[in-house]
Design a protein around this ligand. Structure first.
Ligand SMILES: NC(=O)c1ccc[n+]([C@@H]2O[C@H](COP(=O)([O-])OP(=O)(O)OC[C@H]3O[C@@H](n4cnc5c(N)ncnc54)[C@H](O)[C@@H]3O)[C@@H](O)[C@H]2O)c1
Length: 415
């Protein structure tokens, strides 16, 4: 495999386009096929890239390729990943890896059975400042983590949100407030190499934020994770007014964070500080600076999400070539995704703690193999939870009319 070009196929022509762009000669990767059920969009993107197009996933999997990148609906990745693995393809999957705990167990088993590479396509750990904080952490700059905070709170206008979520049952309108937690949590896990073992979740309901959309979920949540070294991480999101993508870590001998301020990730500086009595010779009490990329800065600079979008394909390609599972492997991916699910169970019980299974261990994960608990409309049935702590809420007629008008503009014809 080492010198061979890696042939990839991408599912989903929305977010999927950034992986198509990233499949370049620079990392010896080539896009050969794409798949989407939205035919007009599929053909347009297919023409742009000059590659084979498929509306049927099973047929797409028959295409001659080494790996599949999944950017289809948020809550439908696991069954697609398992099919791709069973068809002999390596998989990189957008977040979330699994929409239920049972899917998480099945996915771990499928990766173990096939021995193929699986990677969560998290890009936020690879921003320049999160890579710098990892370097500092590994050098012992702040000692061992005791407490950390990660925020991914990304408000958008009702119009923009409706454009991104065509249809009353689109996943973005049904996603409980705790589920999209990986952008806040993954960087902290990557920097510290710790993993959550217990969670508490609280959801913030506020219908005013969604007055003019068809979202039936809460706009905000806080998750507390007890990590495997005893530390506590606070995870905040999701669309409450007041944009904030931000990270801070405290350790046994200091702290570090990215500075707050305007911009998608703020001013992009790292701030490190120590107590006077903890200073080692040559260390300063406090410093703030704009870090440099460890490598490939010129390529990363051109990519989206603070450069993070370059590194997803890069690390996936390296994992395939080396045959070694990447850091963001199936266990870390499924654990993170399951934090969102378990925190939702917790939020519906006003913060009751829930244990996170050890997905590496069959003994620990087995009891979840039939846990199909899910708030999504496709899984509706007795015993399934609501997507809001307010229960099952209905959008107003005015919001539905506004939504239909917006979807019309983007050529969406469904309900
Ligand atoms: N990492 C990031 O920065 C980032 C940014 C945006 C989105 N995402 C993630 O990427 C994924 C996709 O996001 P999006 O915004 O493009 O979502 P989307 O819902 O707009 O797009 C999903 C696409 O998948 C297609 N699709 C759905 N079912 C299909 C099927 N059975 N077969 C083939 N195609 C199918 C849809 O037609 C649509 O074009 C989500 O999981 C989202 O969380 C990640």
């Amino acid at each position: 495999m080492s010198n061979k070009k890696i042939k990839i196929g991408v599912v989903g022509v929305g977010r999927g386009k950034s992986f198509m762009q990233g499949a370049s000669d620079l990392i010896n990767m080539k896009l050969v096929a794409i798949c989407d059920t939205w035919e007009e969009r599929l053909e347009k993107v297919g023409n742009e890239y000059g590659v084979a197009t498929y509306t049927d996933y099973e047929r797409f999997l028959e295409h001659d390729m080494d790996a599949v990148i999944l950017a289809n609906y948020f809550h439908e990745h696991a069954p697609f990943a398992i099919k791709a693995l069973e068809a002999g393809k390596h998989v990189m999957s957008e977040t979330s890896c699994n929409a239920t705990l049972a899917e998480g167990v099945a996915l771990c088993r499928a990766v173990e059975k096939t021995g193929l590479i699986y990677r969560l396509a998290e890009n936020y750990p690879h921003t320049v400042f999160n890579q710098e904080m990892k370097r500092l952490y590994m050098e012992g700059e702040i000692g061992e983590v005791t407490y950390a905070e990660g925020e991914y709170n990304h408000p958008m206008s009702p119009y923009d949100r409706l454009k991104l979520s065509p249809g009353r049952y689109h996943w973005r309108s049904w996603l409980p407030s705790t589920y999209y937690c990986t952008h806040a949590l993954a960087p902290l896990m990557y920097i510290t190499e710790t993993i959550p073992v217990k969670v508490n979740g609280l959801s913030i309901a506020c219908r005013e934020v969604d007055e003019m959309t068809v979202r039936v979920t809460d706009p905000g949540s806080v998750i507390l994770c007890r990590m495997d070294n005893g530390s506590v991480f606070r995870i905040f999101g999701l669309i409450l007014p007041g944009h904030s993508n931000w990270y801070r870590l405290h350790g046994t001998r200091g702290a570090m964070e990215i500075t707050r301020g305007p911009g998608y990730f703020g001013p992009g500086q790292v701030r490190v500080w120590h107590e006077e009595w903890d200073l080692k010779p040559g260390e300063v009490k406090e410093r703030t600076y704009v870090p440099n990329w460890p490598e490939h800065g010129d390529l990363a600079e051109k990519a989206g999400h603070g450069g993070g979008d370059f590194w997803t394909n890069f690390h996936f390609a390296n994992a395939i070539r080396s045959g070694e599972q990447p850091f963001l492997d199936v266990y870390r991916g499924v654990t993170m995704s399951s934090v969102g699910i378990l925190a939702w169970k917790s939020a519906l019980e006003d913060g009751h703690p829930f244990e996170v299974p050890d997905f590496r261990e069959e003994n620990s994960r087995k009891k979840y193999e039939n846990d199909n608990w899910s708030p999504f409309p496709k899984d509706a049935g007795p015993g399934q939870p609501p997507p809001s702590i307010l229960g099952r809420v209905e959008p107003s007629e005015q919001a539905i009319a506004y939504a239909k008008k917006t979807w019309d503009e983007i050529g969406y014809k469904g309900e």
